[in-house]
Design a protein around this ligand. Structure first.
Ligand SMILES: [Zn+2]
Length: 404
C-alpha cells in the first residue's frame, strides 16, 4: 500500500515534501551539515545537495563554512537558517500583551511586553498587537514578517484559531485569529498557551527527546498543561486536553473561575507568589529572581518560605495524580511553577513525588522550563512556522525570493 502511494505521488509533490523535511530539520537543529541531512532523511548526497541549493536560492538557508571540528580534513559547511524571515508571536495576558519577532531556529530577534492597565478586550489586543508588530518591523529593517501565531490562555479551536473561552480574559466565542489576520494582513494561527509552551520545550527546551512528557504552565491566568504521548502531542478529542490547573485538589478549597472548588490553580497561584515578594506585574524571569533571592535572604520561618512550602504541598498532590495516571519520563514546569521549583530546597524537590506509586515515579525527571519567559512566544511562533515550513516555495511571494 505504501509503495503504491509513493508511486502515485508525483515528482513535484515528493520534492516539496523533501524541501519541507530539510527545512524542518534545519529549523529544529539550528544548523546541520549536508551529511547530517543525508543520514536523517535517508536520501542520497546529490538529492540533499539539490534540495539545500533550492532552499538557499529561495532565501531560506545559508551555507556557511565552519571551523573544522577535528582539525583534520576540510571544514564541513553548515546549512543554517537565515534570520531575515520571521514570524510574529503574540501572548495576550491579564496584565500585558507580549509580542515578539521569531526567526527560524526559534530565535527571538525582538520582543516587547506592552503593559495594559485593565484586562484587554479582543479589539484592544488586535489593535495593540498590530501596532507593536509594525513598530518592531520598522526597528528591525530588513526583516520580513510572514505569518503570526498566538498563545491564548484559554480554550482555542485549533482549526481556525477561534477562542471558545478564555475565562480570565473574559473572552468567549471570539474569532481572534481571523480578526488578527485581517489587521496584520498575513496568515494567523492560535492555540492554547500551555500546549504551545509544551511544544516549545519539546522542540528546543527541557523536553527535547522526551517521548512521554507532562508540561505544566503557570501564568497570570492560572495553570495549564500539555502532554506528549509516544513522542506526539496529545490534544484530546477537540484540542482541550491537559487542563491540569482544574484538577480537583481540595474539595473544600476556595472557589475557582471554572465554577468548581479547590482546583490546583487557585491553590498554587502566581498572584500569591508575586505578593509574597512584593512585586507588581513582573514577568516570569523577574518573579523567579525575586523569589529565589527572598528565600536566600529570609529565615526559614519567614512568610516567603511558608508560602513556597504551602504551594509545593498542593503541587505534590497534583503531580501524584498525574504521574500515577500518565507515567511520564519527564515533567517540565514553566512560569511561576519553575520559580517555585527553583525556590524549593533539595528536600522539598525530592518530596514532590514521594506519594506517587513508586513504579510510576521511578524514572520521572522534573525540570524547570529551559526557555524561561520566552517559551510561550517560541511556541506561538512554531504554530506560525507550521504553514510556512510545510511548503517553503509556496509560502513566499515570488517577489520576496531573491533571483537565483
Ligand atoms: Zn477550576
Amino acid at each position: 500500500m505504501r509503495i503504491r502511494e509513493r508511486e502515485a505521488m508525483d515528482a513535484g509533490a515528493v520534492r516539496r515534501r523533501n524541501l519541507s523535511a530539510v527545512l524542518d530539520i534545519v529549523h529544529r537543529h539550528g544548523g546541520v551539515t549536508r551529511a547530517d541531512l543525508t543520514r536523517a532523511l535517508g536520501l542520497n548526497r546529490s538529492t540533499i545537495g539539490d534540495l539545500v541549493s533550492v532552499l538557499a536560492e529561495h532565501g531560506w538557508v545559508d551555507e556557511r563554512d565552519d571551523v573544522p571540528r577535528s582539525g583534520v580534513g576540510r571544514p564541513s559547511p553548515r546549512v543554517a537558517p537565515r534570520d531575515d524571515r520571521v514570524v510574529a508571536a503574540i501572548n495576550p495576558e491579564l496584565d500585558a500583551i507580549d509580542v515578539a519577532l521569531v526567526s527560524l531556529g526559534g530565535s527571538i530577534i525582538a520582543r516587547r511586553r506592552v503593559p495594559v492597565d485593565s484586562v484587554p478586550t479582543v479589539a484592544e489586543t488586535v489593535a495593540l498587537t498590530a501596532q507593536t508588530v509594525r513598530e518592531l518591523t520598522v526597528e528591525h529593517q530588513g526583516v520580513t514578517v510572514l505569518a503570526a501565531g498566538v498563545a491564548v490562555p484559554g480554550l482555542v479551536r485549533r482549526r481556525d484559531g477561534h477562542v471558545r473561552l478564555a475565562p480570565h480574559l473574559g473572552w468567549r466565542e471570539e474569532p481572534l485569529a481571523a480578526l488578527l489576520a485581517e489587521s496584520l494582513g498575513m496568515p494567523v494561527a492560535a492555540a492554547n498557551d500551555a500546549h504551545l509552551g509544551c511544544r516549545a520545550e519539546q522542540t528546543f527546551g527541557a523536553g527535547v527527546g522526551s517521548r512521554a512528557l507532562l508540561y505544566l504552565n503557570g501564568g497570570p491566568s492560572g495553570i495549564g498543561g500539555g502532554l506528549v504521548v509516544d513522542g506526539r502531542p496529545m490534544d484530546g478529542a477537540a484540542g482541550y486536553a491537559g487542563e491540569i490547573g482544574h484538577l480537583g485538589i481540595d474539595p473544600v478549597g476556595p472557589p475557582c473561575a471554572c465554577g468548581a472548588r479547590g482546583c490546583l490553580e487557585v491553590l498554587v497561584s502566581r498572584e500569591a507568589l508575586v505578593s509574597a515578594v512584593d512585586l507588581s506585574h513582573p514577568d516570569d524571569d523577574a518573579l523567579e529572581l525575586a523569589l529565589v533571592a527572598a528565600i536566600e535572604a529570609e529565615a526559614e520561618t519567614g512568610p516567603v518560605h511558608s508560602e513556597v512550602a504551602r504551594q509545593l504541598q498542593w503541587l505534590a498532590i497534583a503531580l501524584r495524580g498525574a504521574v500515577n495516571l500518565l507515567n511520564p519520563e519527564r515533567i517540565v514546569l514553566g512560569g511561576h511553577l519553575a520559580a517555585l521549583w527553583r525556590a524549593a530546597s533539595a528536600a522539598q524537590r525530592s518530596s514532590l513525588l514521594t506519594s506517587a506509586l513508586p513504579a510510576s515515579a521511578a524514572d520521572v525527571r522534573i525540570e524547570p522550563a529551559a526557555l524561561g519567559s520566552h517559551r510561550l512566544l517560541i511556541g506561538a511562533a512554531e504554530l506560525a512556522w507550521d504553514g510556512l515550513i510545510a511548503d517553503p516555495l509556496d509560502s513566499i511571494a515570488p517577489s520576496a525570493a531573491p533571483a537565483p
